[in-house]
Write a protein that binds this ligand. Sequence first.
Ligand code: CP
Length: 311
Amino acid sequence: MRNYTKIKDIQNLSETIKEAILLKMNPFEFSELGKNKTLVMLFFNSSLRTRLSTEKAAKNLGMNVTILNVNDAWNLEFEDGAIMNMDKSEHVKDAAQVISQYADIIAVRAFPSLTDKAKDESELILNSFKKHATVPIINMESATAHPLQALADAITITELTEKAKPKVVLSWAPHPKALPQAVANSFVEMMQAMEIDLTITHPEGYELNDEITKDTPINYNQEEALKEADFVYVKNWSSYKDYGKVLHQDKNWMMTKAKLGHAKFMHCLPLRRNVVVEDAVLDSDQSVVIKQANNRTYAAQVVLKQILENL
Ligand code: CP
């Protein structure tokens, strides 16, 4: 693997999931692979899981890790040919090449604006680093995708499923703030790449990009969609059509124990208790959110391993 900016960068998904599960059983087996190699992690936005799990994964492989909260550094310009006489102090062209002098791999977290769809879809920040850096790039959640989370989710379902083809439902949830579509997009793409019977349920107006959902069934009736589900992945996202808007916060879409039935409950975290899901679900044995969070380490570790092997 050269870069991991999207799910399609994984050459063999089922083998990669198996490899991640083996790494989980023996996390220090390749602790020499990353010796004298450095991962630089760039955060344009907040993180708990991605930051800690990716650092742990890199250290399990023997790597050094440097973390930069980019908002503490010089204000970056991303536009080609910009006349930089305003508030931007350094161009990404220069910054990416400089960071490449200190890094063997660069990982980037950069959320969308949720105000300018075209700009967000161009993935300006992630793609600028991909273009100007001279080392591999990992996406730690960009404007439209969160492929490390999706890989952790795929590992979790593979570990826990009792069926060859489980039914998985992606169910929209209410939230007071406008959140990106990135987690939902990558989850859908990952499920489409696996032996999964996937259904998406959300209120009308919350349709995801149809270039991503493709032929995956969408059911506006949550109760119907949830019937006989084995895994229910709950996530809020803001409207894609009415870009970045919170159209409503219908409490009836919150996940409850009654709605969940016998399914396992999944969420990428962080989440707002008793808004997205009731405590009774999150605190029950049906919740696998902590397992998902644990698998973030092995998703990052298998990606780093495959990139290090290709350096
Ligand atoms: N799920 C996830 O990416 O968590 P963080 O935002 O805390 O990294």
